[in-house]
Design a protein around this ligand. Structure first.
Ligand SMILES: NC(=O)c1ccc[n+]([C@@H]2O[C@H](COP(=O)([O-])OP(=O)(O)OC[C@H]3O[C@@H](n4cnc5c(N)ncnc54)[C@H](OP(=O)(O)O)[C@@H]3O)[C@@H](O)[C@H]2O)c1
Length: 322
């Protein structure tokens, strides 16, 4: 089968299409015929050896995909061959990929494989930050950084659906218009404006209740200056580089808190995972959450897709089609 393979760490150009053995299904897993693989910013870090998990070279990126079950491993009772699914897994930039049965999400016929590939990582990350790590509700103001990106555009909509006021930060005027289309109340271009001063101005000096921050180096400390009393900042990524160590005494003045978030922690709690999936699909069915596939690339163009994501021009989800 064809897969995207990199033999050394580096820029997008290290990824090449290669012929590799088709994986064999094993107990507790399913083998998926991949119809669309989701691209995540994390894949760009993995390719460079800067992610939580280190590649074992030669390796294949890819944390999620959608497709049909080709084979079911021993001990898997609730899934069947031919079923349309999305899944969290590894090595998913490929024609076939394995996924643990517990991380497979059955799909309704109404959802396309491209949209389904936009679901597992980004929707569940946004949902659990807003409803597991934090309890988002009416009367709160949520500031979403990189709000036009994959996680961002979903977080904007889920926070709105929860009744919150949403302020998004983005790096271009085009992205500002896009997030307003998806329900953001206000958009701040943080490439040109001081986002914390703007957020304080927009909230009449009170500040925001929750900040979702996956930028890190350039946003974390500044974010603390626009949190309301008892406000909460969740750090869940580092697209802008790792932040400096935080002086915890900065939290005292307004009784604020800073937390970290990773979807892996939720994936280890099946009941929480199920609740996020059910509630997110309810939002989709109610028309309150629209999945945005910004661009699809053929599998052979994985390097171009990574360059596009790293250029900060992409919006919504990028997917690869084998
Ligand atoms: N902890 C978790 O479980 C988890 C799960 C999913 C994703 N994440 C994190 O969430 C973030 C978003 O992921 P995604 O896959 O949805 O990607 P994405 O938001 O679609 O793309 C990355 C965005 O980051 C912003 N950005 C800010 N500074 C950047 C820089 N120096 N270089 C490149 N981009 C920069 C850009 O938007 P602007 O230019 O508009 O700011 C860019 O479009 C990533 O940091 C990712 O690692 C974490």
């Amino acid at each position: 089968m064809k897969a995207v393979v990199f033999e050394k760490l580096g820029g997008p150009e290290v990824m090449k299409i290669a012929e590799v053995p088709k994986p064999e299904v094993k107990p507790g897993f399913v083998l998926i015929k991949v119809r669309a693989a989701g691209i995540n910013f994390a894949d760009t870090l993995f390719r460079q050896g800067q992610y939580l998990m280190q590649p074992s070279l030669p390796d294949t990126p890819g944390l999620e995909a959608a497709g049909e079950i080709e084979a079911v491993g021993a001990g898997v009772a609730n899934l069947k061959q031919g079923q349309r699914v999305a899944a969290l897994g590894s090595k998913m930039y490929a024609e076939y990929a394995l996924a643990p049965a517990a991380q497979v999400i059955p799909l309704a016929d109404s959802i396309s494989f491209e949209h389904a590939a936009a679901f597992p990582v980004q929707v569940l990350t946004a949902w659990h930050m807003l409803h597991t790590s934090h309890q988002t509700g009416p009367g709160q103001t949520v500031l979403v950084h990189s709000a036009a990106g994959g996680v961002g555009i979903v977080a904007v909509q889920i926070a709105k659906a929860a009744g919150a006021r949403v302020i998004g930060t983005v790096s271009s005027a085009g992205k500002a218009a896009l997030i307003k289309e998806y329900g953001a109340d206000d958009a701040i271009n943080y490439a040109t404006d001081d986002f914390a001063a703007e957020a304080n101005r927009l909230t009449g000096g009170r500040g925001v209740d929750l900040i979702l921050d996956a930028v890190g180096a350039t946003t974390l400390e500044k974010g603390l200056t626009c949190l309301a009393p008892f406000g909460h900042l969740t750090l869940y990524g580092r697209a802008g580089g790792p932040p400096e160590p935080l002086n915890l005494f900065k939290l005292f003045e307004k009784s604020i808190k800073v937390s970290g978030f990773t979807l892996y922690a939720v994936a280890a709690v099946p009941d929480a995972m199920r609740r996020g999936i059910e509630e997110s699909f309810k939002l989709i069915a109610a028309g309150k959450l629209k999945l945005l596939v910004g661009k699809s690339f053929p599998l052979v163009q994985a390097a171009e897709a990574h360059k596009f994501m790293e250029s900060r021009q992409s919006t919504g989800k990028l997917v690869l089609i084998p």
